[in-house]
Design a protein around this ligand. Sequence first.
Ligand code: HEM
Length: 473
Amino acid sequence: SNIPPNPWFIFPLVGHRPLLRGDPIQTMRRLRSELGEVCGVYIDAQLVIIVSGMAAIREAFMIRGDEFYWRPNTRTCDLFHFGVICNSGKEWREQRRTTEAGIRHISPNIAPLVRKESQHLIQALKNEAGKAFDAQALLHSAVFNALTAVLTSRRMDYKDARVEKAMERYKENLGLFSDSKFPNFFPFQKFLMGDFFDVKFLRINMTEIHQKIINPVYEEHKAEYSADHVLDFLDVYLREMKAHKNVEKTTIEEKSCQAVLYDLLWHGTTTTGATLYWAILYILNYPDVATKARDQVTTYLQQLEESNNLAGGGDTSSSASQSLPELPTFFKAFIHEVQRCANISPISMAHAVAKEKFLKGYRVPGDAVILPNLDSLMMDEDIWGDPQVFRPERFLNSDEKLSVPTEFIPFFIGIRNCPASSIAQNILLTFLIYILYHFDLEPEVEGQIPSMERQKGLIPMPKDFKVKFIPRR
Ligand code: HEM
């Protein structure tokens, strides 16, 4: 009784599943308008509660964050439960604290290392010599390398078979999670023979990434570790492991370390890579906006060069050891608008409560899955007026200064927010500065701009498209 309002007709066994066919985002918008800011649906026998709008999201995940921060007991969380993303309780607190400590430790190195990676990306794009190609895999590989550089002090060639495999596996796994057939809500499937639900396929993919990338780099770090030379994220984790050696029942241990690294690389690559892919599409679709942003970054980089701020003076991306001053505001507004419109985490991640709670007067049972509806903030007419329009100026005030509404939370809020937003923002800003500076972007066929249609999925992507990166003089 007293659970949040949900559609009145429930089918036997599959719950509201038949009503949820089609675009899940449109479905959530419809449910919000019909049933309110806190509503529910049954997917199979599982109650899923959708929390929409700033007031309800702030109350649940910020003001009462320590009640609503748990992860549900789904198959997905079962698969990933040693790391930080899918953990709950004391284990999560330990992993989260160590993850935050690691990111804090590496923060001074992020900008120079990401700038260094952008040189590799620009060179790889130049190698395409203005031919039309799908940049999705390359952008994801560049993000992956920027992350391995800051987290593990390693990078691999984009053509390295391990990177190519990892990108393929990431894409497959994302597809599997996004697939409604994934048996999150069929607990008994664990006991079925065969692999009808592709769970074994997903496990094999994860094992392959662990064996080819995570484990070797972990072993190397372990062998080389020195307390006097704690350089990257893995070093910080190893230091914590040594500090916890005699602590009883700690989860700061080898398998958690590897799982956390897996979490950071997988989630970090797929989210940031997807945002960059959308950014390229917005540049193609809004050439006037792109020209304005390009003019700003060109002036900005040229001024830096002239004032001898950049080492070498020739190639603007060669200043690996320098930190750049404040970026131009329209360019920053452009990135904000890309993140708002790309809307790549429309339902953030699944949450839960440890035991029964009440939210806005409704009962939230201990076994419910709770989805924060970030789409209800990114695309709300009351907040943005014309949310469907791509208009970076909405993030500028009358003095042309950056002004960001509190409802803009692509990295979520509260104790379970994205701990690596600074890394993601750095990669987005740096890669896009140098892409705009070095290239004019053109569609594969003149006058035929690729579609902005969104595909369904956990991280909604545009349809695959080809683009020409024409080097600028
Ligand atoms: C544009 C890029 C990114 C976006 C939009 C994004 C967004 C998010 C969101 C919405 C959450 C979920 C909060 C929740 O509901 O529980 C999250 C969690 C997380 N993100 Fe990101 N993220 C991005 C990039 C990254 C990167 C680059 C990394 C790592 C290097 C990262 C690491 C994490 C981790 C570890 C969590 C889980 C935190 C926890 O459960 O305590 N993210 N992110």
